[in-house]
Ligand binder design. Structure first.
Ligand code: CA2
Length: 145
């Protein structure tokens, strides 16, 4: 059986839909995961969704993904801009990695313009709202063919 795609969401993304809708939209994380599960089903992919507010926990999830995931779609949240540890963990993962940002990080504060994860990712999607996760899943399907 094909391994699932892992959808990893980083810190504060559990608050989606509850605050700052002008930046992150009105959908909750549960809504986003449900939409991703629906699309994954249509694409013939299995999906395993996780969210953590803790850098080390995200690193542990990526380690577990080495055996259990075919690919990773990750929104590392603010850790995108700070975490060499998450980059190193992703470098130890052999499958495709796609990075998603709900907002257009390049149009925001300068400290958000650089992502450590982007240097590892096969592709980066930013500024398409929560639809970006769906675009990433479609691309992941192509990469896994
Ligand atoms: O645009 C994105 O997806 C980000 O990864 C979101 C991160 C931010 O630090 C990155 O620069 C860009 C923040 C996620 C915070 O999510 C919230 C959602 C609702 C209310 C408060 C925070």
């Amino acid at each position: 059986m094909t391994k699932p795609v892992w959808l990893l969401n980083g810190p504060n993304l559990n608050l989606l839909g509850l605050r700052q809708p002008e930046i992150y939209g009105r959908e909750t994380l549960a809504d986003v995961v449900a939409a991703c599960e629906r699309l994954a089903g249509e694409l013939g992919l299995a999906l395993h969704a996780l969210q953590s507010n803790h850098e080390g926990q995200i690193v542990e999830h990526i380690h577990a993904a080495r055996e259990a995931a075919s690919g990773i779609v990750i929104n590392p949240g603010a850790y995108s801009h700070t975490s060499v540890a998450i980059l190193d963990a992703l470098n130890a993962f052999e499958g495709p990695v796609l990075e998603v940002h709900i907002s257009n990080i390049h149009r925001r504060e300068a400290f958000r313009h650089h992502s450590f994860v982007s240097g590892r990712a096969e592709g980066v999607i930013a500024g398409f709202g929560t639809e970006g996760y769906l675009f990433a899943l479609r691309r992941m399907r192509s990469l896994l063919k």
